[in-house]
Write a protein that binds this ligand. Structure first.
Ligand code: Z5A
Length: 208
């Protein structure tokens, strides 16, 4: 039986990386084999693209280039990691996926969402996450958490309005796809978020 694709998404400092570690432990305790990965990245070429996307400073980057690079990394990731791993029956737990493109390039930067849908169709075909956990946190809280990490990357240097638009698109997508997306209140303590995430996973696993 094929594995399941579970994605974790959310704005800055939502705690995705922190919670993904707990989620992996939780699933493994229940006997699932789990591979964790991230976007942009997850392959050798994908990580090189990630470095360009996050670090490029020389004259910035057009929105078309940024979006196409996200999908170039995703195409590699899908063909070299995600699809082969799922085919072995292992689960893939992915830190960010296409919801992030809708939220950041669509909501944040204003790219028409229909253009992203065309790329999604081309690169992913029928493949969509089985489950997406949206870790939702007020922008100010997330930025305060992220700000403690030191040098800001190309996205982290954006302003509050940008991140409010990102958050709005994430929440809109979750509202429109309630079967796939579960929203978690990520403004709580690490342990409280962990408990909420594990309860959601338990409920989802039981529901089939
Ligand atoms: N991007 C895009 O534009 N389009 C796309 O299609 C994709 C991505 C796929 C890199 O992503 C950038 O790529 C991202 C969007 C863009 N923009 N940025 N920046 P990333 O996921 O690698 O980068 P990130 O959003 O900055 O994630 P992160 O740095 O890994 O943060 P996080 O995983 O959400 O949080 P964390 O590392 O678990 O925690 C951050 C800090 O908060 C840390 O000190 C924790 O100890 C603390 N923390 C975590 N949880 C809590 C709670 N509950 N309370 C208090 N403190 C907490």
């Amino acid at each position: 039986m094929a594995g399941r694709l579970v994605t974790v998404d959310g704005g800055e400092g939502a705690g995705k990386t922190t919670q993904m570690g707990f989620m992996r432990e939780y699933l493994e305790r229940r006997g699932y084999r789990v591979v964790t990965t991230r976007e942009p990245g997850g392959t050798s070429l994908g990580e090189e693209i990630r470095a360009l996307l996050l670090g490029h400073r020389d004259g910035g980057m057009t929105l078309a280039a940024e979006t196409l690079l996200m999908f170039a990394a995703r195409a590699e990731h899908l063909e070299r990691v995600i699809r082969p791993v799922l085919a072995t029956g292992c689960w893939v737990l992915c830190d960010r996926f296409t919801d992030a493109t809708y939220a950041y390039q669509g909501g944040g930067r204003g790219l028409p969402l229909e253009r992203i849908a065309v790329l999604e169709e081309w690169v992913q075909g029928e493949l969509r996450p089985d489950l997406t956990l949206l870790l939702d946190v007020p922008v100010a809280t997330g930025l305060t958490r992220a700000g403690k990490r030191g040098v800001a990357d190309r996205f982290e240097r954006e302003n509050v309005d940008f991140f409010e638009r990102v958050r709005a698109i994430y929440l809109e997508r979750a509202t429109h796809e309630p079967n796939r997306c579960r929203v978690v209140d990520a403004s709580q303590s690490v342990e409280a978020v962990r408990a909420e995430v594990e309860a959601m996973l338990a409920e989802w696993l039981e529901s089939g």
